[in-house]
Design a binder for this molecule. Structure first.
Ligand code: FAD
Length: 518
């Protein structure tokens, strides 16, 4: 066994959130940092793989929300580093709906039915949003789909809430656009560009000892004084602080154990989150047999089994002449396909294509079936906050526990599920950590200055003060919220806000008492 290495900060995971946290810390003078990554490369759920003579994106492929009210910082990074992208609007899929006999729906009928179904669902949901019973009834599919058009519409409604992250209740068309990454260097090029900055020391040399790949963290031992991490290969890494950037799927699994166990409020918040499995299956053909004109990039296959090889895309806009089709599956369908052989999946996908385009469709020359659910370092494609999740649940997922800070797309309130959510969460978490480090330093300096007698006198109030000032002590806040709940405050959000006010009022009075003593 190697002797333990020691760092000020260890970041577990080198996806977009881990890398952006490391970059932000390094830019703020934290040089003594180390990233431990389980896989053999950085990127996490941003991943390119060679297929059919190209590098395809098996993980994130789009830069979403471009040109909306809030700028997407990942779009800015992509523009700066010259990443090649192409405009791609998957909502167009609803104009190209095929049934099992290859009949294509006239686009006006499809678009109109779709629009009416979405509008009525939103209206009903908004009317009933104060009434929880009402909401649970609308969570059921709005109809039992029978006809192909209903099947397709049902899939799109389901897709809004499950695959596209956005709950239908909050969906607003902000005129945002999506761009598909179409660059041989891959989406991951952005991460390598970011990593360069912290892999260089202040003297400009590359310090690649700051990143260790193939290093699977299995145990996290923590106390007020720091954290000790044990890896699968029996190495020990010590740090004063840890940022855990693993996915919520990993947090819900048994890959990492904590000692002492994480508090109940934390594990409960983590367990409440839904995880979405979203799989892009790639198929290479000897030639094109699908329509390739304007507005044809996406098409839907209406099958009576919800989500059965429904959502298709051709890659001609991104890579002309590639002869590659992509079909997207989600959740139960993803898990089902992950558990069967590639031959079976190929047979099913070819059946769907031959239903749509006829028996003359040529055999595919190759297939790629990524597995996100069975990957023990992912266990999901992205997080999804259930519709009835509260602000409190969200904050519980994000809040630190002692010296352990949590980051990742699932901790970003606005953009959870997205690459830019991961990027922004890394920055937020590094800020919270820097603040905690500063506070702790102040505490320690203060303690050094006091003589022993004073220390004894003030021990009780100092303990109390530390307990209240440390930003990562969420328990008192949660306990207060619980009390308010029992007293029947109106909504969960109000309870949380009232608890926060009481907490800060308490903190203020203790600081005032401290000053009076001095
Ligand atoms: C198929 C698919 C399609 C997607 N499409 C889009 C899209 O088009 N647009 C978009 O914006 N988003 C998309 N997303 C979501 C986006 O990829 C993620 O939200 C984002 O990349 C998550 O980044 P992260 O840093 O939070 O987590 P991750 O990228 O998962 O990083 C966590 C890292 O932790 C590592 N790790 C896990 N366990 C351990 C351990 N025990 N020890 C050490 N390391 C460990 C993992 O290997 C991983 O590298 C998609 C995701 C998938 C899977």
């Amino acid at each position: 066994m190697e002797s333990p290495s020691s760092s000020l900060v260890i970041i577990v995971g080198a996806g977009i959130s881990g890398i952006s946290a490391a970059k932000a810390l390094a830019e703020n003078g934290v040089e003594d940092l180390l990233i431990l990554e389980a896989a053999d490369r950085i990127g996490g759920r941003i991943r390119k793989e060679e297929f059919g003579g190209l590098n395809v994106e098996t993980g994130a492929g789009w830069i979403q929300g471009v040109g909306g009210k809030e700028p997407n910082p990942v779009w800015e990074l992509a523009s700066k580093s010259g990443l090649r992208t192409c405009y791609s609007d998957y909502s167009n899929a609803r104009f190209n709906i095929y049934d099992q006999s290859g009949k294509i729906f006239p686009s006006a009928v499809a678009a109109d039915s779709y629009k009416r179904a979405v509008e009525s669902a939103i209206r009903e949901l908004r009317n009933q949003e104060a009434n929880l019973d009402g909401i649970s009834s609308i969570l059921e599919p709005p109809m039992v789909p029978k006809t192909p058009i209903e099947l397709a519409i049902d899939f799109i409604l389901h897709d809004f809430e499950m695959a596209e992250v956005e709950p239908i209740a909050t969906y607003t068309d902000l005129g945002e656009r999506e761009f598909l990454v179409a660059d041989e260097r891959g989406y991951e090029h952005l991460l390598y560009k970011m990593a360069e900055s912290f892999l260089r020391s202040s003297q400009g040399e590359i310090v690649d000892s700051r990143l260790k790949v193939n290093t699977v963290v299995r145990e996290v031992h923590y106390s007020r004084n720091g954290v000790s991490l044990k890896t699968e290969d029996h190495c020990v890494y010590n740090a004063k602080y840890v940022i855990l950037s693993v996915s919520v799927g990993v947090l819900q699994s048994e890959l990492i154990t904590f000692s002492p166990p994480l508090p109940k409020w934390k594990t409960e918040a983590i367990s409440k989150l839904d995880v979405i499995v979203y799989t892009k299956i790639f198929l290479k053909f000897p030639y094109k047999f699908w329509p390739c004109g304007p507005g044809t990039e996406f098409f839907l296959y209406a099958h009576e089994k919800r989500g059965y090889y429904t959502f298709w895309q051709h890659m001609e806009n991104a890579y002309p002449g590639s002869n590659i089709l992509v079909v997207t599956l989600t959740n139960e369908e993803s898990k089902r396909v992950e558990s069967q052989s590639e031959e079976e999946t190929l047979r099913e996908a070819m059946g769907a294509l031959r239903d749509m385009f006829g028996p003359q469709v040529p055999d595919a020359c190759d297939i790629l079936v990524p597995k996100w659910w069975n990957n023990r370092f992912q266990r999901c494609s992205y997080s999804n906050y259930p519709m009835l999740a509260s602000q409190l649940d969200f904050r519980g997922v994000k809040a630190p526990v002692g010296p352990i800070f949590f980051t990742g797309e699932h901790t970003h309130e606005r953009f959870n599920g997205y690459v830019h959510g991961g990027y922004l969460s890394g920055i937020d978490t590094s800020k919270a950590l820097l603040e905690a480090m500063m506070m702790r330093e102040e505490d320690e300096n203060e303690e050094d200055e006091e003589d022993e007698e004073e220390e004894e006198e003030q021990e009780g109030s100092m303990k109390e003060r530390r307990g209240l000032e440390r930003p990562f002590l969420l328990e008192p806040l949660l306990a207060l919220t619980e009390t308010l709940t029992q007293q029947g405050a109106v909504s969960r959000l109000q309870k949380w806000d009232s608890a926060r006010q009481l907490y800060f009022r308490g903190k203020l009075s203790i600081i005032q008492q401290q000053q009076a003593i001095k």
